[in-house]
Write a protein that binds this ligand. Structure first.
Ligand code: SOE
Length: 392
């Protein structure tokens, strides 16, 4: 990294590429960053599409081979926004060539890949080259404020963790078959795509790691019309006679209970079939002295129950997390004006660039993300173990 500028190369330009690049563009406009950001190049296989993406997102150049992007000597950080099957290969190559890495979640498609990535990141960190995984919900102000309250001891010893991530973009049985439904590209389904957020966020919030799980996975619809080039969420595929179809090889829904190593117990549900819920990322933590509850569909709000309030005045307080003293908020709008989904990605850039400028490890590290990956694998193992199922 030059002393003043961080030169970014992004690989992949679909939904996450759009979200990340707006983060890179907006962070220096609203926050006082220790480095100037330069959007140097974006890579994607389709020359026409990657050129259009570069223009739309503000990258100066394009590459049609990600290896060429990594070999460039005018890039300091590689931002990986591809499907999961490419994360390991790209991250390893980027770290080897001395580039910092931001990698979208989940870190990898398997624990073995994640282990290799975490080992490479540890080795790179010793050379002053850092890697971070993009669990961006940590940077939602209401959740960051919940973390602050928990760390201050406001809810006491944690007993219960409750997580739900509910979407409905697959409820139509003829919604098209995109890479997210193909295990070789995505690693798993609702479990890794959205359940991983629950795992990361609750481990981070509580400061405890999940040490064991009992799980079930379900695939409701096993064949869907092929999507062609499409990679987005939802829609209705081509069901005309003879139109090509593909086999869904991932879970549509994942449910599990968990034990945390600090004594808490948790219950989790991730689904893309929860009709009516678009992006209901919900987390509740109950402690001996209080509780916090969050729902992304009301993302500027944190519910806080203070068990130390006089009994007659107790109740969940709806805190509008839009005051300048709340995490990240001072950079944005006047109280009550609120922020949205994209801001998590902007805050992610702020925290990443700040850590890099201070030559310290940004979080979540690849080791943190490896722990999430181990939980994902444990859920699959548990769900596949028929002997652990008690029939009625
Ligand atoms: C699709 O389910 C998705 O875009 C996830 O891949 C993201 O991680 C999440 O933030 C929103 O939903």
């Amino acid at each position: 990294m030059s002393e003043q500028t961080l030169r970014v190369g992004m690989i992949g330009y679909a939904f996450m590429g759009a979200a990340h690049s707006q983060g890179w563009r907006n962070a220096p406009r609203f926050f006082d960053l220790p480095r100037r950001i330069e959007l140097t190049a974006v890579a994607g296989r389709n020359a026409e599409a990657v050129t259009a993406a570069a223009e739309q997102y503000g990258f100066a150049a394009t590459e049609t081979d990600w290896r060429a992007l990594i070999e460039r000597d005018d890039i300091d950080l590689v931002d990986i926004c591809t499907p999961g099957n490419l994360h390991a290969e790209i991250a390893l190559a980027a770290l080897r060539s001395g580039k910092h890495v931001l990698c979208e979640k989940p870190l990898a498609n398997t624990v073995e890949e994640a282990e290799e990535m975490a080992a490479a990141a540890r080795e790179a960190a010793a050379r002053g080259v850092f890697a971070m995984c993009g669990y961006s919900y940590r940077r939602t102000p209401a959740l960051a404020y919940a973390k602050q309250l928990i760390d201050e001891g406001r809810i006491g010893t944690i007993r219960h963790v409750r997580g739900q991530y509910l979407q409905d973009w697959l409820h139509d049985a003829d919604a098209p078959m995109t890479w997210r439904l193909d295990r070789t590209a995505s690693g798993s389904g609702a479990l890794g795509d959205i359940g991983a957020h629950l795992i990361d966020t609750t481990q981070w919030l509580t400061g405890q790691s999940i040490s064991g799980v009992s799980a079930l996975l379900e695939t409701f619809v096993t064949s869907r019309p092929l999507a062609g080039e499409r990679s987005g969420l939802g829609g209705h595929g081509d069901t005309s006679e003879g139109a090509p179809r593909g086999e869904v090889t991932v879970d549509d829904a994942a449910l599990f209970t968990a034990r945390f190593d600090g004594g808490a117990v948790g219950s989790f549900e991730a689904s893309r079939f929860a009709l009516g819920h678009k992006n209901a990322f919900r987390v509740e933590v109950n402690g001996t002295d209080g509780s916090v509850a969050f729902d992304f569909e009301d993302n500027n709000v944190l519910q806080f129950f203070d068990g130390r309030d006089p009994a007659g005045q107790q109740g969940f307080r709806r805190i509008l997390v839009t005051e300048p003293e709340h995490p990240y908020v001072a950079a944005w709008w006047p109280p009550g004006h609120g922020i949205g989904y994209e801001h998590g990605f902007t805050h992610q850039v702020v925290d990443l660039v700040t850590a890099l400028a201070e030559h310290r490890q940004p979080t979540p590290s690849f080791d943190d993300a490896l722990q999430v990956q181990r939980v994902l694998a444990a859920v699959e193992t548990s769900a596949g173990d028929a002997s652990a199922w008690t029939g009625v």
